[in-house]
Design a protein around this ligand. Structure first.
Ligand SMILES: *Cc1c(COP(=O)(O)O)cnc(C)c1O
Length: 434
């Protein structure tokens, strides 16, 4: 017998374990996973597999965190002062350390910093704080797929603005402007960019800010690759150029300090005219959902950010730069594909002239056969909403990268066919298209 009326109602409604997942969970999509699941990965047993797909620089063991970074964490574990909870937005000391480290972004005070569990959580909180169900945010194409994953579960529509490969992946500002309407809550700008490795000039950043100012649009700046630029290229923090546009800059330890698993990121609030007063409160409330990020890493931040030597960062970016040059040189004259030289981050996009590969109507099939014949796996551009390209990761050891590029070149040579239009127009004969 039910003890009271409520459980009687429950009982009468439920007669079996029919547990549904939430709308939130159901609508959460991870494009990279979906696309990779759709590719048949059957490597050639005669060739060892070379994955140029994994965006984790620690995968191959050639890029490791600095000993100063490791030592800082060892100390904060051993002194037993950081086993408890901290404030949800992060400890004062850790936020002060991030503020100091971020002087290149302009004036930053500890109160402008919110610590998060990785830059992904920073982005999640920034989107969640600014955009409501039914609103839209503008995101780059090609671009990091997480923006869509995060926004769509909140019922926030995503609209893609185009990056232009022929202009070093600058934003097509006219097309971006055409997407803005009264429901646009924010623009996400990723600079330096994943997957393109582009780094914007000050002039271009100013134009982006002008547009944001014209429409009173806040910017979420994904600057996780700040400082991660090749020799001769300078990264400019968006905040240093902004007079009136409020910016949430998302960053963290992950890429530059080579510790993706440590999950330490942050949001820096840039808001000269105090238009983000409510947003600050909102972010502080959102931080309470997780009770704050890992206290051991927080406690280590002052030492990590101050003591990790410049030579460590230099050696990482020099290594990636040399790999970028190597891959570019090996691929630039290969018929049917077109690598685009990056200026920073850890990736290079390579265009496929699909007219020259009639066997592969989509880059997904191209990538799949590249695995089957050459055991080289690159992420298809579709993972970044950008078909007819593939992305290679530049963090792999040099000899592996060289071998992979030689195999990619062989693959292209073996499958390259003269463009049908060339044959028709030029009257070339004896070219077998099939
Ligand atoms: C890796 C990456 C992130 C996520 O960083 P985490 O700190 O690991 O969460 C965010 N944005 C871009 C563009 C990235 O490539």
């Amino acid at each position: 017998m039910p003890a009271n009326g409520t459980s009687e109602i429950l009982k009468s409604k439920r007669s079996s374990w029919n547990v549904q997942i939430s709308e939130f969970a159901r609508s959460t999509r991870n494009l990279i996973r979906e696309v990779v699941e759709g590719v048949k990965l059957e490597p050639n047993p005669e060739k060892p597999m070379i994955p140029l797909s994994i965006g984790d620089p620690t995968t191959f063991g050639n890029l490791k965190a600095a000993k100063e970074t490791i030592e800082a964490v060892r100390k904060s574990i051993e002194n037993r002062k950081h086993d408890g909870y901290g404030p949800a937005v992060g400890s004062e000391e850790a936020r002060r350390a991030v503020a100091k480290y971020s002087f290149h972004q302009g004036h930053v005070s500890p109160n402008d910093v919110i610590l998060c569990s990785g830059c992904s959580t920073s982005l999640d909180m920034a989107i969640c704080a600014l955009a409501d169900r039914g609103q839209n945010i503008l995101i780059p194409r090609p671009g990091f797929s997480l923006y869509q994953t995060l926004a769509v579960s909140y019922g926030v529509e995503v609209r893609w603005y185009n990056l232009l490969p022929e202009r070093q992946w600058e934003i097509d500002l006219e097309q971006l402007e055409s997407l803005i309407d009264e429901d646009t809550a924010a623009v996400i700008v990723n600079n330096p960019n994943n997957p393109c490795g582009s780094v914007y000039t000050r002039e271009h950043l100013k134009k982006i800010l002008d547009l944001a100012e014209k429409y009173y649009l806040p910017i979420i700046a994904d600057e996780i690759y700040e400082h991660f630029t090749f020799p001769g290229t300078q990264h400019t923090a968006l905040s240093t150029l902004s007079e009136n546009v409020p910016i949430l800059s998302c960053g963290g330890l992950t890429k530059r300090f080579l510790v993706p698993g440590w999950r330490m990121g942050w949001i820096i609030v840039h808001d000269r005219n105090n238009v983000f007063a409510e947003v600050r409160k909102g972010l502080a409330k959102l931080a309470t959902r997780s009770l704050g990020p890992n206290t051991i890493i927080q406690a280590s931040l002052p030492v990590i950010l101050e003591k990790t030597p410049q030579s460590f960062f230099k050696s990482t970016t020099n290594f990636i730069y040399r790999n970028a040059v190597l891959a570019y040189d090996l691929l630039k004259d290969v018929r049917g594909i077109k690598p685009i030289m990056p200026n920073g981050a850890m990736y290079m996009m390579v265009g496929i002239d699909t007219d020259n590969f009639p066997e592969y109507p989509t880059e997904m099939l191209f990538v799949q056969d590249l695995v089957r014949e050459q055991s080289v796996f690159c992420l298809p551009g579709t993972c970044f909403f950008y078909p007819n390209y593939f992305r290679i990761v530049l963090t792999v050891p040099e000899d592996l990268l060289r071998e992979a590029c030689i195999r990619i070149a062989d693959f292209c040579e073996n499958h390259y066919k003269l463009d049908k239009r060339v044959i028709e127009n030029g009257g070339l004969q004896a070219v077998d298209l099939q």
